[in-house]
Design a protein around this ligand. Structure first.
Ligand code: FAD
Length: 405
């Protein structure tokens, strides 16, 4: 008798989960159902190298087809799973096909948050989540033409940098008083505003978009304060929402993500979940959280695969992220929420390299490191090990990071 594992979603979490399943010794069938037309691909380059034209779609694949074939992993692409019947252990696909599973993995990730403003259906207005979005954006990518980015988060700023590098006239409109307000300290926002301005990107904060205007094709972005911005292309990047509906309809526990334990197990012993879609515990911060990052998707998928094979592999990693804009590589170690002190190493007002350390009650909880790989690497260790840090030394560039350990 062969057991069947069905994986829903075909992206970062799924690609890792199926590979780890074989490594953990899963002997049965593995079927992956994905609603995009591609094998799992790297999503981060979409707003970076792919949008900039430095990478082609086939260079984005996480693994090439022969690797899956060799491991006897079967994909059904361009198919959605419409429902899960946990009592009969079946899933129903959009083409009506019903598949039986013994074990099920939910790797459904997230989708863009949409806005319902007048004119949002005009041509030239796009979101950014998948390869097709980029291909559509590229149709309007003409040097000298005007691009307006709605949202000054990481996706918005990366998109602005990529479009600017290709000669577009770029404006970023951010509703909050500063860019990256949700995720960083004001010092980082000031730094990125300066760099974008130096590169020629027009950043406007504290401004709310109220409508889009044009005759079929977008021509103008109108704001609540009465101002407006000419636009040939609009990219909206205002966050994401987890794809939890399938799990919710199947009666799985959902609360800002599919609720899983530290082994990626849901409240159904035959179902795991991994990636953007999960709400999971983090032992380092002693909280439950939902993360939107590739390292989270891949690390958690390894635990999920072990669980499917009846083993226990603890998922307890320090969250980390990155963002590439112009020549700046930002690496983020940990989560800064709840910080009460920010220490800077390097000068954020000059040059293009510095680090911001976030402390809470004297302990390092997070670090934003711009073109500072050493600071990033040692911060990860300092946070994970929960060591006390000397604030003066942290700010002192003459003290090597390794000496802080
Ligand atoms: P997803 O990648 O969201 O994949 C889920 C897949 O499941 C999708 O293909 C979805 O269509 C499919 N699906 C959903 N429901 C169904 C269904 N019912 N049936 C079939 N298929 C279904 N992270 C970083 O760490 N660093 C970065 O620099 C970075 N940059 C990014 C830039 C961009 C432009 C974007 C969009 C994301 C970026 N991220 C970055 C975030 C990162 O891509 C995500 O955290 C990661 O993709 C999560 O992987 P996942 O497998 O959990 O989910």
């Amino acid at each position: 008798m062969t057991n069947t594992c069905i994986v829903i979603g075909a992206s970062h979490a799924a690609a890792q989960l199926v590979t780890s399943l074989r490594q953990e010794g899963w002997q049965g069938d593995i079927k992956v159902i994905g609603d995009e037309p591609y094998l799992p691909y790297h999503r981060p380059p979409l707003s970076k190298d792919f949008l900039s034209g430095n990478k082609q779609a086939d260079e984005l694949l996480i693994r090439k087809a022969p690797i899956y074939e060799k491991n006897d992993i079967h994909f059904k692409l361009n198919q959605r799973v419409e429902s899960i019947d946990r009592a009969h252990k079946t899933v129903t696909l959009s083409n009506g096909e019903v598949l039986v599973y013994d074990k099920l993995a939910l790797c459904t990730g997230s989708r863009v948050r949409t806005v319902s403003l007048p004119g949002v259906e005009l041509k030239g207005i796009h979101y950014l989540r998948n390869v097709q979005d980029i291909e559509a954006i590229q149709q309007h990518l003409v040097p000298g033409k005007k691009a307006v980015i709605v949202g000054g988060g990481y996706i918005g700023l990366e998109t602005a940098a990529s479009l600017k590098k290709q000669g577009m006239d770029v404006t970023v409109l951010e509703m909050a008083p500063r860019v990256l307000a949700r995720v960083t300290a004001p010092e980082l926002s000031e730094f990125y505003t300066r760099i974008h301005s130096e590169e020629g990107v027009n950043i406007k904060t504290g401004i709310a978009v109220s409508a889009f205007e044009g005759n079929q094709q977008v021509e103008k972005v109108v704001c609540a304060d009465g101002s407006s911005f000419a636009a040939d292309l609009v990219v909206i990047g205002v966050g994401i929402v987890p794809n939890v509906e399938l799990a919710e309809a199947a009666g799985l526990q959902v609360n800002n993500g599919i609720v899983v334990d530290e082994y990626a197990r849901t409240n159904d012993p035959d179902i795991v979940a991994a990636g953007d879609v999960t709400n999971h515990p983090n032992a380092i911060y002693n909280i439950r959280l939902r993360l939107e990052s590739v390292p989270n998707a891949t690390d958690q998928a390894k635990s999920a695969a072990a669980s499917l094979c009846g083993k226990e592999k603890l998922y307890s990693s320090l969250p980390w992220f990155w963002s590439d804009q112009f020549d700046l590589k930002l690496q983020i170690a940990g989560l800064s929420q709840g910080y009460d002190q920010v220490i800077l190493r390097g000068d954020k007002d000059k040059g293009r390299s510095f680090a911001a350390f976030y402390l809470k009650e004297g302990k390092l909880i997070s670090a934003d490191c711009v073109n500072r790989p050493q600071e990033f690497m040692f911060s990860k260790r300092l946070i994970t090990e929960g060591k006390d840090v000397n604030v003066q030394q942290l700010a002192d560039e003459t003290v090597a990071m390794k000496d802080l350990l």
